[in-house]
Design a protein around this ligand. Structure first.
Ligand code: ATP
Length: 217
């Protein structure tokens, strides 16, 4: 049985925080594969002109070219419509029926989890990994007792102890293995001001790609 993590998001653009999460979780959870799953982005989103799915896919692909266990999937992009995590996870479970799946999200997504379609079911459809994110304290007051019982808090635990505490199915792991304070919004804001102030926030290949194709102007 392979161990596969799925990381959904807009990745507009992929940034060093996303990559730090992928690389740490591959090690920490002994993953065979970590899959970036960029979401289709509704072209009529009111706030700003979306970046083409081709560009978002290409940037993740470039940023992970040397990471053997990290890949990018066009599964959601191929559908040309946005869909709920509930529906995506149902499809992925069918695709990977013999594998152990972990769905990855940041602390901000965890805070909003109750706004997700059929959120309690989503949390039982696979294992989950919640990664701490600066500015978004992780707490459990918003979720039900049933869900709370499945939480395995790995903050301040080392890997040996973690492996002992790993449960069979539908655990919700919380980890502070990565604390990386950046967001795609900050990267876009920097770029539209004409400079990428925080160069560590974007891998070099991605920065070059953005420049070449004049994205986020
Ligand atoms: P935006 O600023 O455009 O909202 P973002 O930086 O949050 O973008 P997304 O593509 O929306 O990036 O995020 C995909 C996933 O990555 C989400 O689960 C989000 O919580 C998580 N994530 C993004 N950045 C971080 C970070 N710095 N630390 C922890 N999790 C993060």
């Amino acid at each position: 049985m392979k161990r596969i993590a799925i990381f959904g998001g807009t990745f507009d653009p992929v940034h060093s925080g996303h990559l730090a999460i992928a690389r740490s979780l591959v090690r920490m959870f002994d993953l065979d594969q970590f899959v970036f799953l960029p979401a289709f982005h509704a072209p009529h989103k009111p706030d700003r002109k979306p970046t083409s799915a081709y560009h978002r896919f290409a940037m993740i692909s470039l940023a992970t070219a040397k990471d053997k266990n990290i890949v990018v999937s066009a599964h959601e992009l191929d559908k040309s419509k946005s869909q709920y995590t509930f529906d995506t996870l149902a499809e992925l479970k069918a695709m990977y029926e013999n594998e152990k799946l972990f769905f990855v999200m940041g602390g901000d997504s965890w805070q909003d989890i109750k706004t997700w379609k059929r959120w309690e079911e989503v949390l039982t459809m696979s294992n989950h990994i919640v990664v701490t994110r600066p500015g978004y304290p992780i707490d459990f007051t918003h979720i039900t007792d049933t869900v709370c019982k499945r939480i395995v808090d790995l903050r301040n635990i080392d890997k040996k102890d973690f492996l002992k505490s790993e449960r069979q199915e539908d655990a919700i792991y919380v980890t502070d293995a990565v604390v990386f304070d950046t967001s795609a919004t900050e990267v876009r804001d920097d770029l539209s001001d004409g400079v990428l102030d925080r160069t560590d926030d974007v891998p070099e290949e991605v920065a070059k790609y953005i420049e070449k194709y004049e994205l986020y102007k």
